[in-house]
Design a protein around this ligand. Sequence first.
Ligand SMILES: [Zn+2]
Length: 91
Amino acid sequence: MTTQIDEMRLDGNAIGGLLHEIFAVEMTNAVGTCAHCGAVNEVGRVHVYVHAPGTVVRCPDCEQVLMKIVRAKGRYWIEMTGTRLLEFAVP
Ligand SMILES: [Zn+2]
């Protein structure tokens, strides 16, 4: 089971395009703080699962969910309770 999940895991670059659509700036160098363990990681380093219902982003340190993104029917749903802080450069 764990092996199957690991095989489906991508890095944060996999959601670079999706985050760019939402935030309209380059986000792979953005830095997020995990609300669960406090780890600070660049978006490019997070663990991404795109085969869940929607896209699930997990902390590379504690594997808790940082963000869930669903894009359907012309709308986005973004759940970010697992991200304490998201920091990125003004374009
Ligand atoms: Zn964490």
